[in-house]
Design a protein around this ligand. Structure first.
Ligand SMILES: [Zn+2]
Length: 73
């Protein structure tokens, strides 16, 4: 899955700040305006989706994160 961060507000050309997830300096900002890599935000959402699906469907046959990413891409 890919987030659309092409709108202004998701990029700060002035300052690279540590990503709130991985700590690597980044110019991109998430929806809350916090420094965050686009890839990290996408991973975070994918993890949330998997977490919710697992809660609703407690099934050990749930696909792993990699398979879900491929399916949603
Ligand atoms: Zn990051």
């Amino acid at each position: 899955m890919r987030l659309d961060w092409t709108k202004p507000g998701h990029y700060d050309a002035e300052k690279a700040l540590p990503c709130r997830i991985c700590g690597t300096p980044t110019h991109t900002r998430d929806y809350g305006g916090l420094p965050c890599d686009q890839a990290c935000a996408q991973d975070e959402i994918a993890r949330e989706v998997i977490g919710r699906a697992s809660a609703v469907i407690p099934d050990e046959r749930m696909p792993n994160a990699g398979q879900i990413n491929g399916w949603m891409d």
